[in-house]
Design a protein around this ligand. Sequence first.
Ligand code: ADP
Ligand code: MG
Length: 710
Amino acid sequence: MKLEYKLGRIHCAGCAQALEEILSKVEGVESVSLNFISNMVCFEIQSKNHKEIEENIKKAIHKFDHNIEILDPHAEEKAQKREEIKKALHFVSILVSVAIMVCLIALKMNFYLELGLAIFAYALVGWNICLNAVLNIFKGKVLDENFLMTVATIGAFVLGEFSEAVGVMVFYQIGEIFQNLAVKNSERAIKSIASVKESRACLVLDNAEMDVTLDKVSVGDIIRVKVGERIPLDGVICEGETYLNTSALTGESQEKFVKVGDDVLSGSIVTSAVVLIEVTKLEHESTVSKIVELVEKSSMNKSKTEKFISKFSKYYTPVVVGLALVLGFIVPAFWAYANWNEWLYRALVFLVVSCPCALVISVPLSFFAGVGAAARNGVLVKGANFLEALSQSKTFVFDKTGTLTYGSFKVTNIHAEDDKTEDEILEFVAYAENFSNHRIAKSIVEEYKSKTGKDINFAWINGANEIPGEGVSANIFSIDCLVGNAKLMKDNGVKFVEHDSPFTVVYLAQNGTFAGWVEIQDQIRKEAPSSIQTLKELGAENISMFTGDSAAVAKVVAEKIGVDCYHADLLPEGKVEKLYEHIENGKKLVFVGDGINDAPILSTVDVGIAMGGIGSDIAVESADVVIMDDDLSKIPLGVMIAKRTKRIVTENIVLSLGVKVVVLILASLGLSNMWLGVFADVGVALLAVLNAIRALIVPRKYKHKLDKQK
Ligand code: ADP
Ligand code: MG
């Protein structure tokens, strides 16, 4: 079973990692994922004895750090107040220490006065760090940041460098404050995507209206949404018509017109007239809740880079501390010319630089921001791992119907065998298709209804069966009907003449005898050719199209769109097999489908992208990336965002490690002081965090480029 907590402030990302590891070892915990940014921790635990396991988890958290609160959402307000007071006090103490530090540097004073002032300032700004260092030793966490800072600064005191001891502590604290601020701010910015969630709805009863919380609304209820308000739950318009602003869901600025009978998604804003909506989804199933959940959970799916950084940081600190010991003790012990004080000082600089915080914080934050940027533009990426894979994608496979084409078919031609009429053929085909969810089926049924003005009479239909990738079989009016492609006819031994056409042909057989066909035409999405072109420019090496449709149709579409190759007449299983042929070692494979008949593939590939919407449940479940409106150009946009995010991650790694290595080298040569060390630690961390926030912004030129092509 699943378990989720929100935790109070965790001191640093390194601690979060250590805590995650400890929690993973609690008995009964199958998996755990802690997100340092949202402070959410999710568990998968055994359902047997879950009460006991929960208790053990709480105990483990407290044992790890008694300062971490396990928040129940209601207590959050109080905790916030307390936090604020603490923060203000902390701020004042830092100011006082800075003032003292300046005096220490600027004024010449008596040794004892200087020592007294320095100790006072040091205690004021650093007491909590020293305390945590001591407490953590008892908990077996020796090499944590608190401890290293404490040793480094006390060491400086011993060597008589009073102002540096105070200075390192002060800058460390200031750096931490800014870093926290930056992390919290970017978190807020990312979550603002989620702020499109409403908490109340205006429920319309027989003769009254009531303002209620969303959990009071059930499916089938009618709600009223006025101009300027957000739609709180998914539903169907049952009175009125209006324009909708869907930018929160799709990033699209163009408004969408909806009328009675149209589906509307929660999160959109009603902009021109009041409407009544019949609710079709409960609160937790509605689009907006799903988006919020996906974005919040996305950081649980860690990228390869993040995993590498976690591993790396585990070794980094011990290695640097080991080197510090060598510099501080071994070198002067064995080298007669070495000056103890000088080498000890060099070792202390090492200690200051020994925390990998800049990396541990900025890398996940960059990915999280990238996921946020994508979500804001209508591309829901379910995790940093998928964003990273997308940035490296080389091979793309597109499904045809509903993905590269609109999937709404128009009947262009009907053929009836001698003893039938065209109307009869269309009628039987429409009846057989009535229960199918395929886009072909829906289009034909719609066309039948609008052409004849008649509705489907369910009494005539006696059982219907879907044959995936081929068609349907149904008993209509006591006649066994087969409706589908040529393969379906051949498989069932129906004698017929294949109709040679560049469009999709749906054949009809009645009681095993061929009766006629309906030719239907689909249209290529207008942004398809340019999107494929842009993907190539972005480095896609092989783009192919898969379809269950005939080769004749496939050829026409493939040529118009400009894909590198195509495979036709594929059954859903056949698509999976063909896909394996496209897997090349080390090249990330992306599959784009519409979730109809291709759910198994979506979950096989490196990145499965589902088009067309969060409205469709299968797509959202099985895909790794969901394009919320049916806009193909969002795929290259997603790739651009992914690549940019990856670039920012690389910059951060190079920056953080580069500066540290340089300072370490300088320090070992005696060319660096503690000031430089503390910059390499908190200064660089701060820069890296600020750089990470850049991933949240999608450069205008990206969208410009795509808009121009449309
Ligand atoms: P695609 O790969 O183009 O998305 P599918 O795998 O869903 O297509 O279906 C492959 C082919 O099977 C369609 O092109 C169509 O000829 C036929 N087919 C599938 N389902 C139906 C249906 N419900 N009615 C008629 N034909 C169907
Ligand atoms: Mg399809």
